[in-house]
Design a protein around this ligand. Structure first.
Ligand SMILES: Nc1ncnc2c1ncn2[C@@H]1O[C@H](COP(=O)(O)OP(=O)(O)O)[C@@H](O)[C@H]1O
Ligand SMILES: [Mg+2]
Length: 222
């Protein structure tokens, strides 16, 4: 479970205040939650704080009952690598590596032996429907296949929380729904929490929980 308590992250530019203000929300384990809201409403800012990529000015990030926002950077880095997964709008795969090598990367960073890393990576790539694309490089895959590779890479370390910033924004409209359906299935199957930011109604409609942001503030929970 992810518990954000009174998170504020404020940018002051020329007398204007932007960012997110006093946001509290709880996402239970094994669900797909969506942060919804128009461009500029604070979705990316909040995801970066929740993902320990950025620090809040005030408030706490509680993960599995532990206040991870208060940890020194070295410890936060460990939490990011071992407990969190990330999926980005632009996929962020390494272009010269195959799908399999991309998925193996976080395991190798953790020092997992090559044979074990390979076996786990093949298993998760098969689960996301890419068992016949293991040796393709990102440029040889469709956008939807690249994003499924990125999801496999995010999940291969068995994280408890995967943060996805506009994961369908670079996909054809027809691919957004199926990708969210896959994340929803995986959340239940693996007990992993997905928190995705999106302003796409097709994406929002697949969520178990929706948190709506407006001008950096939380509106209502549906
Ligand atoms: N590094 C930054 N410096 C100054 N202002 C920022 C910065 N990052 C985001 N903002 C501002 O914070 C607000 C929320 O941005 P963001 O979280 O990117 O929204 P969203 O992801 O919903 O489009 C916007 O007004 C944006 O201009
Ligand atoms: Mg954004």
């Amino acid at each position: 479970m992810l518990d954000l308590q009174n998170i504020s992250r404020v940018y002051e530019l020329g007398g204007e205040r932007a960012g997110v203000f006093d946001i509290s929300l709880q996402v239970p384990s094994g669900v797909l939650a969506v942060l919804a809201g128009p461009s500029g409403s604070g979705k990316t800012t909040l995801l970066q704080v929740a993902g320990l990529l950025d620090s809040a000015d005030s408030g706490d990030v509680i993960l599995e009952g532990r206040n991870v926002s208060a940890l020194p950077e070295r410890e936060r880095c460990k939490v990011r690598l071992s407990r969190l997964g990330f999926v980005f709008q632009t996929f962020n795969l390494v272009p010269v590596l195959s799908a399999l090598e991309n998925v193996m990367l976080p395991l190798q960073l953790q020092g997992e032996p090559e044979a074990a890393a390979r076996a786990r990576s093949i298993h998760i790539l098969e689960r996301v429907g890419l068992g016949d694309r293991l040796n393709h490089r990102p440029g040889q895959l469709s956008g939807g296949q690249q994003q499924r590779t990125a999801i496999a890479r995010a999940l291969v370390t068995d994280p408890i929380l995967v943060l996805a910033d506009e994961p369908t924004a670079n996909l054809d409209h027809a691919h957004g729904g199926p990708l969210m359906a896959l994340m929803s299935e995986l959340s239940r199957e693996r007990g992993v929490t997905f928190l995705a930011a999106s302003h796409d109604q097709a994406v929002i409609s697949r969520a178990d929980r929706v948190f709506r942001l407006s001008d950096g503030r939380l509106e209502a929970e549906a």
